[in-house]
Design a binder for this molecule. Structure first.
Ligand code: CO
Length: 134
């Protein structure tokens, strides 16, 4: 079994990052590391480290992404849980062999990382992301 190292991040979809920071930063007390435009995700993301993990506040920047649809339908909320793994290709193959439904059969390669999503139908309703640092 390929190793799962840690929870890399928890992603929360928000309509307005500044408004969301009133809770996550000002009331809860997390530190805002930085805010970044992520064109590949059609989103602006605020990164708030917590120990070895992060909370990511994700605001869609277009109307046509999965995140935008999630915001329109549910008004935001917890979107996905991301696990950092040693070997994402091996982990996807292991899961597929166990009948897990994958959204990305092969990892999406980005600078410094590979990522893939697991279908909520196989996880009890939680969108799960796998992440390998490269
Ligand atoms: Co993520």
């Amino acid at each position: 079994m390929t190793g799962v190292k840690k929870i890399n991040h928890v992603a929360v979809v928000v309509a307005d990052i500044d408004a969301a920071l009133a809770f996550w930063q000002d009331a809860l007390g997390l530190e805002l590391h930085h805010v970044e435009d992520v064109p590949s995700q059609k989103a602006t993301v605020a990164f708030l480290p917590v120990g070895d993990s992060e909370v990511e506040l994700v605001k869609p920047t277009t109307d046509d992404s999965g995140v935008a649809k999630f915001l329109a339908e549910r008004g935001g909320g917890m979107h996905h849980l991301c696990f950092e793994v040693d070997d994402i290709a091996a982990k996807l193959a292991e899961m597929k062999a166990k009948g897990v439904r994958l959204i990305n059969e092969t990892p999406i390669e980005l600078p410094g990382r590979k990522m893939a999503f697991i279908h909520p139908k196989s996880t009890g309703g939680v969108l799960v992301e796998l992440y390998e640092v490269t």
